[in-house]
Design a binder for this molecule. Sequence first.
Ligand code: ADP
Ligand code: MG
Length: 477
Amino acid sequence: MEYKATIGLEVHAELKTLTKMFCNSKNDPEEKRPNVNICPVCMAHPGTLPVINKEAVKHVLKVGKAIGATIADFTEFDRKNYFYPDIPKGYQISQYKYPLVSGGLLKGVAITRVHLEEDTARSTHEKGDPASPETSQGGYSLVDFNRAGMPLMELVTEPVVKDAEQAVAFAKELQLLLRFLGASDANMEKGEMRVEANVSVSTTDTFGTKVEVKNLNSFRVVERAINYEIERQITVIEKGERVLQETRGWDEKKQATFSQRLKETSEDYRYFPDPDLPKLKISEIEEFQNMELPELPWEKRERYKKEYGIKDEDIESFIVDRELGAFFERVASALSGDKKAIALASNYITSDLVGLSPSAGGVRLPQIEDFVELMKMTGAGEISSRGAKDILKILVTEGGNSRAIAQQRGLFQKSDEGELAATVLRIISENEQVAADYRAGKEAALQYLVGQGMRATSGAANPAALKKIFEEKLKNL
Ligand code: ADP
Ligand code: MG
C-alpha cells in the first residue's frame, strides 16, 4: 500500500513588544528572576481590566500583509476556558471566530489564519523522590508568571504539507519573516517560536485521523518527530488497528513520540467573546491601514540574485545572517559592478570569513575598505588565494592595510615579464611536444604549461600574467 502523509502546522511566536498583551507589565523574555514582571492584570486579580496592546496587533497585521492574507475588518477576543496552574485567570484570552488574519501563502503553503493570544506562565516540576516525598528535595512544582500574558501569535496552516522536509523549510521561512519584520526573535531553543505538527496518513484521498505532536523545540526535532509519527501511524494501520486522535509529545531520550492525552475538541473550551474587551475595528484605525513593510526575505533573495548574480547558497547565508548580508552589500557597492570581484567577495565572506570566527557570537568582520582592497588584489591575480586567506586572517585578528600586509609578507605574486620570461622559455624548451600540441589548437596544453610555471616558481607567480607570457612566447618562437 502507498501511504500519503498529510501535515498541518500550528506555530506560536512570542512577539517583541515593550509590554505584555493586555497590561503594562514588561515583556522581557530574558528576565531570569521569577515573578518580577507581573501586575494585578496579568495575575488576574478581581476588578482588573485588560487593554489591547497596539504593537502586538501591528506585528500580526504585518505578517498578514507580508503573506498576502486577508486582514479582518474587525476582530474579537475570546476566552478559551480551561484550568491549569499556569493560567491565572482560568482562561486564556485568544481569538476564535474572528482572527486578525485569514488566508495567505508562505513558501507555497496555504495559511488558514493568524491570530493573537496571551502566553501562559512557566511551570517547573521538581520531581524529587516519590518514594520518600517527606525527606527528598523536590516533589513540588513552581510557577513563574513572567511569561503569563506575553503577546503570542498563532499561525495555523491548511493540511497541505507533504513531508517533514517541507514542514521544516516552512518553519524556517516563517522564522526569517518574523525576524525581518521585527515581530519576534523566534529562537526555537528559547521557546520564542514553538511548532506543533498535526500528522495523519492515508492510502486514499480521504484524510486519516490526525495526531497533534506538541513541544517541538528545534527544527531537527520537528523533522524527526514528523518522520517518527508517519512511521508509527503506518505501523498501527498495518496491524489492523486504528490511529487515535490524540495529543502526543516528543521524548528526546527515546527519540519517539508518546501519548499525552486524547484530544479535546473546541467545545471543551467553552469559547465566548471576552466581555472585558471591545471589538477591534481594524478598518477604522488609520494607523493599521498604512503600515510600511521592510524588505522581506524573498524580496531580498530576488534582489541579490538580480543585482549580484551570486550563488543561491551564498544568498541564503546573507538572508539568514543579516549582519553578514549588510557587510556583503557594502563590499559589493564599493566594488561597483565588478561582477567577478563581487562573486569572489561573496565566496570569501561565506566560506573563509565565517570559518575564521568563533562558533558563538557572530562573525568577526574586517574593515570594509581593507576587505575590498583584498578582493581587488585577489581578483587581479596580484596575490594567490592562499595569500588572500592569510591576509584575511590578519585583517580580522589584528587589522591593517591589505596592501601593506601583502608587501610585508612578500605575498605579491610575480607578474613582471622580465622576471618570468626565462622560466617560461625554459619550460617551453623542456616540453616541446606540449608546445606543439598547443600550436596545433589544443587549449588544454597551455593550462599544463602554466601549471608547470606555477610549480617552477613555487606558486609565487601570478597565473594570469604567466599565461599571457606563455601565449606570447609560444606565438613568437
Ligand atoms: P482542531 O480543531 O483539532 O484544532 P483544526 O481543524 O483547527 O483542528 O486543525 C488544526 C491543524 O490540524 C491545522 O493545521 C490543520 O491544517 C491540521 N489538520 C486538520 N486535519 C488534518 C489531517 N487530517 N491531517 C493532518 N493535519 C490536519
Ligand atoms: Mg487547533
